[in-house]
Design a protein around this ligand. Structure first.
Ligand SMILES: [Zn+2]
Ligand SMILES: [Zn+2]
Length: 358
C-alpha cells in the first residue's frame, strides 16, 4: 500500500469509491474567501490531484474566524497565495496553482474547459454571472455556492439544456448585477459565520465528488436551511430569455504563450479580422482640456491619466479591440489569462474562437 493509499484508507472503504479518479482530477476554485477556504480544504483532504485557486483580494483579520487556511501571519498576503501555502502543508500530494487577480484575467476559458469541475465561491451576483458566462462558454461543469446567516444555496449547472443560476433571477436582479456592487448596495459587511460556510461547502464538495466519481448528481438547486433542519432541492424553470444556454463553439488552437506580444498574435490572423479580449484596456487619446493630441495610455493602469502637457486628469476611452493595443504589449500585460479563448470577428461578421495555448 502506498502512502497515498494509507492516507485515504478509510474513504477507500466506501462502496464504489475510486480514488484514482479523484487524484487524477483538476478543479478550479473561483474565490478564496471563507467558502473557498472550506471547499479547498475538503477537496485537498479528499486527495484531488490539482486545484487552481483564484482570488484578487488579500487576507483581512475579519477573515480569520471563517477561513481554515489563513493564519494571523497571512493578513495582508494575497488570499490565493496564503491558501496554496496552507494546502501544501495539509495535503502535499495535491498540486495547487495560485492565481492572484480577477478570474477573467487569471484563469482562461480553456482552463475551465479542461477542468473536471469549476466551483464558484463568490460573494456577489456580478461575479457569479461572470463565472457562469465563462463556464457556459467553456462547457465546464459549474457548482456555485452562496451562504446566508443560517444556511445557503448550491446550484449545479452541467448542461446548457438545464436551468441555470441566471434563470432563477428576476429581470431586475439581472440588471442590478451589471452594476459593480456586491449583495449589499450600502457596502456594509454581510452577516456570516463558519456554520453556514461549512454546511454549504459540505454540499458543494458532495456534488463535486459525485462528478469526479462519474456518478449522477441528484439535484441542481439545493436550499440549505439550518434552523429548520430543512435542506432540499428546489425546482428552477429554464428561462427562454436567459443568455447562458448556448453550446460551446468549436475552438482553434494557437500555439502562443502568455508572453507573446499583440504583434505576434496579429501576424497569425487575416488583416481584416478583429480579435477581441474579455477585459477592456485604455487607448491613447486627445486631452479635452488643452487639446494635446497624444495622451499616452498605461494598459494596466485604468482609464484616468494625467495629461503630460497640462497635467489635468483625462478620461481615456476603453476598448476590447486588440488592434488598438500597443503592438509590443504582451497578451498577459493586457490581462489575457493563460489558456484564454478569445473571439475573432471576421470581415463577414461571423466569429471564430481562438485558444491561445502556452
Ligand atoms: Zn439560464
Ligand atoms: Zn492637457
Amino acid at each position: 500500500m502506498s502512502s497515498g493509499e494509507g492516507r485515504h484508507a478509510r474513504q477507500l472503504l466506501i462502496p464504489d469509491w475510486d480514488q484514482s479518479r479523484i487524484s487524477a482530477a483538476t478543479i478550479v476554485l473561483a474565490g478564496m474567501g471563507a467558502l473557498g477556504n472550506e471547499v479547498a480544504k475538503n477537496l485537498a483532504l479528499l486527495g484531488v490531484g490539482r486545484l487552481v485557486v483564484c482570488d484578487r483580494d488579500t487576507v483581512a483579520t475579519s477573515n480569520l474566524s471563517r477561513s481554515v487556511l489563513f493564519a494571523p501571519d497571512d493578513v495582508g498576503a494575497p488570499k490565493a497565495v496564503a491558501a496554496a501555502r496552507a494546502l501544501g502543508r495539509l495535503a502535499p500530494s495535491t498540486a495547487v496553482s495560485a492565481r492572484v487577480g480577477e478570474l477573467s484575467n487569471a484563469v482562461g476559458v480553456g482552463e475551465l474547459a479542461d477542468a473536471d469541475a469549476v466551483l464558484g465561491c463568490l460573494d456577489s451576483r456580478h461575479a457569479r454571472l461572470s463565472l457562469l458566462g465563462r463556464c457556459a462558454r467553456a462547457g465546464a461543469p459549474l457548482i456555485d455556492g452562496g451562504t446566508h446567516p443560517w444556511g445557503g444555496e448550491v446550484r449545479v449547472r452541467l448542461s446548457p439544456d438545464e436551468a441555470c443560476y441566471c434563470c432563477s433571477l428576476t429581470p431586475g436582479q439581472r440588471a442590478e448585477a451589471d452594476a459593480p456592487l456586491s449583495c449589499d448596495p450600502a457596502g456594509a459587511p454581510q452577516p456570516a459565520s463558519i456554520i453556514s460556510t461549512a454546511l454549504v461547502a459540505g454540499w458543494m464538495t458532495t456534488a463535486a465528488t459525485q462528478l469526479l466519481l462519474g456518478r449522477p448528481v441528484g439535484w441542481r438547486f439545493l436550499q440549505i436551511e439550518a434552523l429548520s433542519g430543512r435542506t432540499a432541492p428546489i425546482t428552477v424553470r429554464r428561462d427562454d430569455g436567459c443568455r447562458f444556454h448556448q453550446r460551446p463553439d468549436s475552438v482553434d488552437q494557437l500555439e502562443l504563450g502568455g508572453s507573446a506580444t499583440v504583434r505576434e498574435l496579429l501576424d497569425t490572423l487575416p488583416e481584416d479580422s478583429e480579435p477581441l479580449v474579455w477585459t477592456m484596456f485604455p487607448v491613447p487619446g486627445i486631452c479635452y482640456h488643452c487639446g494635446h493630441e497624444s495622451v499616452p495610455a498605461n494598459i494596466r493602469g485604468g482609464s484616468l491619466v494625467s495629461c503630460p502637457n497640462c497635467r489635468e486628469i483625462v478620461h481615456l476611452d476603453l476598448t476590447q479591440r486588440l488592434r488598438e493595443a500597443p503592438p509590443d504589449a504582451t497578451l498577459s500585460e493586457l490581462g489575457v489569462a493563460p489558456e484564454e479563448i478569445i473571439p475573432v470577428r471576421s470581415s463577414s461578421g461571423g466569429y471564430r474562437w481562438l485558444r491561445i495555448a502556452a
